[in-house]
Ligand binder design. Structure first.
Ligand SMILES: [Zn+2]
Length: 81
């Protein structure tokens, strides 16, 4: 599965499917009650934009583990005269 990564050097975006999940520690809740995914995503190939091998916090990326979380759901009903 391809993810979109931001280049930490140039600020550009690129797609890659060559990454690995490292330091996976699951979902952690902080003092403010916010849940974040505690894991690191490391590129297995050099960045196509700058050549470095970036590493990201999973919470900063559109991670597949977080898919399905309803951000904003509109209440239905109250339709019609
Ligand atoms: Zn880069």
């Amino acid at each position: 599965m391809e993810l979109v990564f931001p280049c930490l050097q140039s600020g550009g975006l690129f797609r890659s499917a060559d990454y690995e999940i490292v330091a996976f520690r699951g979902v952690v809740e902080n003092a403010a009650g916010e849940k974040t995914l505690e894991a690191r995503v490391r590129l297995q190939n050099p960045c196509p934009l700058c050549g470095a091998r970036h590493e990201y916090a999973a919470a900063e990326l559109p991670c597949p583990f977080e898919a399905g979380d309803p951000g904003g759901r509109n209440p239905s009903g109250e339709s019609g005269p």
